[in-house]
Design a protein around this ligand. Sequence first.
Ligand code: BES
Ligand code: MN
Ligand code: MN
Length: 461
Amino acid sequence: MSLDAVLARIDADLPNATERLMDLLRIRSISTDPAYKAECDKAADWLVADLRSLGVDASKRPTPGHPMVVGHAGDAEDGTGPHLLFYGHYDVQPVDPLDLWDRDPFDPEVQDTPQGKVIRARGASDDKGQLMTFIEACRAWKEVHGSLPGRLTFFFEGEEESGSPSLVPFMKENTAELKSDIALICDTGLFDPDTPAITTMLRGLLGEELTITAANKDLHSGMYGGLAMNPIRVLSKIIAGLHDETGRITLPGFYDGVPELSNSIRAQWESLGFDDQQFLGDVGLSVPAGEQGRTPLEMIWSRPTCEVNGIWGGYEGDGFKTVLPGQAHAKISFRLVGTQDPLKLRETFRDYVRAQLPADCSVEFKGHGASPAGVMQTESPAFEAARQALTDEWPKPAAYTGCGGSIPIAGYFKTVLDMDAMLIGFGKDDDQIHSPNEKYDMRSFHKGIRSWARVLAALNS
Ligand code: BES
Ligand code: MN
Ligand code: MN
């Protein structure tokens, strides 16, 4: 059977596939830092060249930010399956704090660990290793069959890690070119090491940065302390008021549009047997700290959150300085679910802060991204076909899961292009994405490639 030939080809080519991934991982494509603009460009060029080597008609497409990569293979007459679009992102997160890395984040290495072989580098899991699982499946397919399966569009972004500012305009300007039957996204995780997942719910994200100013300069805390307003005190009180004693968020109207889980999803999630003690234990914690009365999976998959991502001001250096700061800063993000409206919430949050400012204090806001939650429609037969294909590859049957993270494009496929998105990924909870020493298991890479070959076969049969 030809799928077996493709799988055999994948097995035989794994060392070369690993070399190609390591090549891509050497490119320092940090999208949020303007110093790496040329490197983002280089990653886009690398992908264009690699797609062209597969016979894909690929090009780098400029945007006001980092370029997109778009490629096409096959046409309407090709294949029997749906026109598939594959999405991934070639940009990566910053690497700081650099001193916590065991090696240069952009000098990838295959390492033997007690848990098996891993590829260690920034972006190994998020998202270069993941996006290459699909490209490598295509390569093996092409080598066996002489052409790619059916009609395929490739779409790679270089701004996912910095809020995707160019994405919606680009999708709107290129609707006809991008419109396909189904979007495949490889940027999520396995449910557990043996259980593959199709993610059907992603949370949205609202990012806000604020600066509260009191005095027009930093002051001596002996000379002014007690008399002058301290903006860190003001900021802390505002932040402390965002949650009540039961872990609920206090902003007025915050829970508008937050749905209760349907009984069928609740039952499905319960059957997954999620081990929250293990999940928390792995990071040195033991007690779920979300809203009272919610299960741990609800807390991370289907409930909205408010988190302080950073807070600073005054003197933070070594030693001690008796300063009464003139300014206080924080970065705060909200994970959103259901139909919570990020832009409405931004105004609610800003009003809430302004209403609590005492005399002599002022506030400035900076918005960082606002994307709604995404719920995937799983009714189309393609979902059951893909689920079976994944089940064939992994020790345990594939699960439909939620995901606490955000991938803005997943929702935009529906709202801008009226397409369903299918999220299949092979990351693990311990991949340390966004953190020092990021890695991707060789098993994720290898079985990920094999999984895509099976999914492509299933969708084209
Ligand atoms: N691949 C992640 C999303 C993700 C996180 C999937 C965890 C599965 C598990 C994505 O690259 C990401 O990091 N998204 C950001 C949002 C973005 C707008 C900066 C996130 O979720 O914080
Ligand atoms: Mn990602
Ligand atoms: Mn990420």
